[in-house]
Design a protein around this ligand. Structure first.
Ligand code: ADP
Ligand code: MG
Length: 603
């Protein structure tokens, strides 16, 4: 047998490596904008065609590159930003890995123009499949233009993986906002298919926030400003009345780099906790500055996740700074600057439906006390249900229900013996000779709705009621792009939504069981919930929408239910194809056997 291992040709190795950095047009946009910022530009223009699939171009008036540097820049691990390993601990630039341009050159057709102030002529380079195919001098202003065409033209599998234009455009808008928000001293513009979407004049951070998020924030921002030896925080939070049903307007930057952190998000939400309704989200744009040695931004190739040397201190600091700011504007009645000792209890950081959460809840003493041997059993299989189902034979299909009311409809075929009780305003208890089961009403209703929505998608669209007074919803640019993407599916689910000028939509109709007047609220909630799931790449867009709808529309724990509402719910649940778990993986039914109970009580 001959030896079989070979080195991959460079262009293939480059394409594979590119996958880490450039997943979609928006990743390229982020890298190009960051390079322009790093080059010291104070004017940066972004142009995209077909949501970046056809072309992405960034033009800046920064330092420009020499001829040699311009060629070098496209080599893998070519960077002017670090020279030795220690530099990694004092990074002040956005880039440093030297991978972005090499990745872009591996998966698109690149044209670069660049000129330094001191050079007479600029340089023009064309690259394809990581190779320079043309190079000539060019007349050009100081600065750099990089255009990349036909992203993934040479990697069809990845190209096919790209989402719809509205979806990709939404990602691009997100990245554009994240970079431009952090640098209000730089002029940014963004044009899509020849139309200018953003035109952000240089100004203060406050002006930039209002330019990006909308005039409604004018005079509604509270400044946050604290300095210590260890770290500084600055930026703005929205006054409580600006809190929204959607999570959209929340931005954290560490050393001017946008980051995602559920942990710090929790710190801000906590500071607002008594000021806004439970299900709403405060606006914030907060900038934390600390010694680069205290953070590791290298944990992820796109650098959106970072590790702090000491997370707890940062949490406490953020929370205290926001509370202080709110108090100074006498928005909160009590002054409470103490670092909260409760921070130790932070397992509660809000990350719904992750694997961690499932493990956490299944390790909780409550869960265990119900599920340990000889006590209760999580009903896993349909067959476990058969006895219980007998009480509720012939599942009805005509039931209709929604979040607020499980429409009352006396079911005469439900045996009188199958008495249902509600306990703790959250659980439905049913009993028979063998014992009893507890059904969590919310998890059950999520399951019922979810399966109903699936049916709606495949064959039976949900009936629509026309709104007497169509509501209009005005959304941020990013949310508007998201909604456009979801409209076809929302129509199958009973909504009639029409675009109405820039970022505004009219709700002409809603599912028959949504009460008139609440369409707007419900739609905003669905968007919010969808965004909550949106980093989940395991599931399709439609799947995420169905889950969001089921979660939003379900009757919540804590809601008092009438007997017939409970009976209908149980009956519909037993008619489901997977009654035992909610669409988000939570248990729905627990069984408690009389024989086990008797044993426990020595009977
Ligand atoms: P990194 O940003 O991590 O250094 P990149 O691949 O993004 O790596 O860029 C490689 C190098 O090319 C940069 O270090 C910089 O020297 C140069 N460069 C890239 N874009 C620009 C630009 N717009 N203006 C000037 N120089 C640039
Ligand atoms: Mg870079």
């Amino acid at each position: 047998m001959s030896d079989i291992i070979q080195l991959l040709p460079d262009n293939i190795a480059n394409q594979i490596a590119a996958g880490e950095v450039i997943q979609r047009p928006a990743s390229a946009v982020k890298e190009l904008l960051e390079n322009a910022v790093d080059a010291g530009a104070d004017e940066i223009k972004l142009f995209v065609t077909d949501a970046g699939k056809a072309q992405i171009q960034v033009i800046d008036n920064g330092s420009g590159m020499s001829e040699t540097d311009a060629r070098m820049a496209f080599e893998r691990h070519a960077t002017s930003k670090i020279k030795k390993i220690e530099d990694l601990f004092s990074i002040k630039t956005m880039g440093f890995r030297g991978e972005a341009l090499a990745s872009i050159a591996a998966v698109s057709q690149v044209e670069l123009k660049s000129k330094r102030k001191e050079d007479d002529a600029g340089i023009y380079i064309e690259i394809e499949n990581s190779r320079v195919i043309n190079q000539e001098p060019v007349a050009w202003e100081k600065g750099t233009s990089i255009s990349m065409k036909n992203l993934f033209f040479n990697v069809p599998a990845r190209r096919n993986f790209l989402k719809s234009n509205s979806s990709e455009l939404r990602h691009i808008i997100d990245e554009f906002i994240r970079v431009s928000m952090a640098f209000p001293e730089i002029f940014f513009s963004f044009s899509s298919n020849g139309q200018e979407v953003f035109h952000l004049e240089k100004g203060s951070l406050k002006q930039r926030i209002v330019q990006i998020l909308g005039n409604s924030y004018n005079s509604k921002l509270v400044s946050v400003q604290e300095k210590t030896d260890y770290m500084n925080i600055s930026g703005f939070v929205g006054k409580p009345e600006t809190a929204k049903k959607t999570r959209g307007d929340q931005y954290f930057f560490v050393n001017n780099r946008f980051i995602k952190s559920a942990y710090l998000n929790h710190a801000v939400n906590n500071a607002f906790s008594d000021l806004i309704p439970k299900d709403s989200f405060p606006m914030y744009a907060l900038f934390i500055d600390l010694n680069p040695a205290e953070v590791d931004i290298n944990v992820h190739p796109t650098k959106q996740e970072i590790k702090f040397e000491d997370e707890k201190i940062i949490y406490a600091f953020v929370q205290a700074a926001v509370k202080h700011a709110l108090a100074q504007f006498s928005i909160t009645p009590t002054l409470d600057f103490d670092l909260d000792p409760g921070i130790q209890k932070l397992d509660a950081v809000n990350k719904p439906f992750t694997e961690e959460e499932k493990t956490r809840s299944s390790n909780s003493s409550l869960f265990r006390s119900f599920t340990e041997k000889n006590q209760a059993h999580f009903i896993e299989k349909r067959s476990d249900l058969e006895h219980w189902k007998d009480l509720y034979e012939s599942p009805s299909t005509s039931l209709k229900s929604n979040s607020s009311v499980l429409i009352e409809k006396p079911q005469t075929n439900i045996a009188e013996t199958s008495d249902v009780f509600q306990i703790l305003n959250s659980y439905i208890l049913l009993q028979n000779d063998e014992g009893f089961v507890l059904i969590n009403q919310q998890n059950a209703h999520e399951r019922v709705l979810y399966e109903r929505y699936i049916r709606a998608m495949s064959d039976k669209p949900i009936a629509t009621q026309k709104s007497l007074f169509p509501a209009s919803v005005e959304l941020s640019v990013a949310d508007a792009a998201l909604l456009s993407e979801l409209i076809p599916d929302l129509i199958a689910l009973g909504f009639i939504i029409e675009p109405f000028g820039s970022n505004t939509f009219i709700i002409q109709g809603s599912p028959a069981d949504v009460s008139q007047g609440s369409e707007k609220y419900i739609l905003e909630n669905i968007l919010e919930q969808y965004k909550h799931f949106s980093s989940d790449i395991k599931h399709s867009r439609r799947e995420k929408l169905l889950r969001s709808m089921a979660l939003q529309q379900s009757v919540k724990t804590g809601t008092v239910l009438s007997k017939s509402e409970m009976q209908n719910l149980v009956k519909e649940l037993f008619g489901c194809s997977i009654p035992s778990v909610s669409p988000n993986g939570k248990p729905v039914i627990m069984k408690f056997e009389k024989s086990e109970l008797d044993k426990m009580f020595g009977r």
